[in-house]
Design a protein around this ligand. Structure first.
Ligand code: PMP
Length: 288
């Protein structure tokens, strides 16, 4: 695999990062995953904007790389690596000051790393009859209070994911101390009730997912769907007609069991099929 590190492309075996890098020592960094299918990116600029917002939020100086250069780096990675469904993983840390000390170093150059990672194949025509649904478990959200920042420090997410995975689950769906839905350990969550497509509002409890955004934009663009962003109690999730998760690696996938119990009749729902088809029609063209 060919990766990019601090200005150069190289085989992954040659990519060396110091153990004194704050990304290694503290998880002090920001990351992104930008999906591409047959060389076409989904939401490229939106991902870069969110990455820059994250860097600003934690005081990492933005690397001197323009949008055009990010695009070139990403295209180079696609060309040099195999696969039609590839995510471009970007990872920027505060850098290496040569010692382990909590305070931000005064003069340090961020470490910039990028690679490709295989993602879920793009669904041509979504079909609720053949699409397997996900099984998820739920848990109280025990992560930090700034989940809107896409920090590389993912221990909380990893522990939640593992908790579900060890029971055969595909994702862990989280709720806050008030029993309100937040998001998944690696995804945003959407429910459908009485044909209304509902997802929690953006705040510090959730990541502002690009897939979530593109889904809402495509549904509003086509019209005919009821879409709202509001607080969702877990009772509503457990009684929902449909539950979906969204992220850049899978786009929008249906959940058919929650904590071992079926969601509605336990089958992939019709609204998912329509919404996913609508998203598929627009996602490459919205804000790329
Ligand atoms: N929430 C969390 C915690 C995530 O890790 C992700 C995926 N990175 C998402 C939501 C979905 O974000 P996106 O659609 O931008 O991939």
């Amino acid at each position: 695999m060919i990766v990019y590190l601090n200005g150069d492309f190289m085989p992954v075996e040659q990519a060396k990062i110091s153990p004194m890098d704050r990304g290694f020592l503290f998880g002090d960094g920001i990351y992104e995953l930008i999906p591409s299918h047959s060389g076409r990116f989904v939401g490229f600029n939106l991902h870069l904007d969110r990455m820059n917002n994250g860097l600003d939020a934690i005081g990492i100086v933005r690397p001197d790389i323009s949008v055009r250069q990010w695009l070139e780096i990403s295209q180079q990675l696609l060309e040099r690596n195999e696969g039609t469904d590839l995510g471009i993983y970007l990872h920027i840390t505060r850098g290496d000051e040569g010692r382990r000390y909590h305070a931000f170093p005064e003069k340090v150059t961020p470490t910039v790393f990028a690679m490709t990672t295989p993602i879920f194949p793009f669904l041509g025509e979504p079909d609720s009859e053949t699409q397997p649904g996900l099984s998820c478990y739920t848990a109280q959200d025990k992560r930090w209070k700034r989940c809107n920042v896409k920090s590389t420090a993912l221990l909380g997410n990893v522990l939640h994911f593992q908790d579900s995975y060890s029971r055969g689950g595909n994702e862990c769906i989280l709720y806050n101390a008030d029993n309100e839905l937040t998001e998944g350990s690696a995804s945003n969550v959407v429910i459908v009730n009485d044909n209304q497509i509902i997802t929690p509002p953006l705040d510090e409890q959730i990541l502002p997912g690009i897939t979530r955004h593109l889904m809402i934009e495509s549904l509003r663009k086509e019209g005919g769907f009821g879409v709202s962003e509001r607080v969702i109690h877990m009772d509503e999730v457990r009684g929902a007609d449909e539950v979906w998760v969204t992220n850049s690696g899978v786009h929008i996938l249906p959940v058919v069991t929650l904590d071992g119990r079926p969601v509605a009749d336990g089958k992939v729902g019709p609204v998912w099929e329509k919404a996913r088809a609508c998203y598929n029609r627009h996602c490459f063209d919205l804000n790329v």
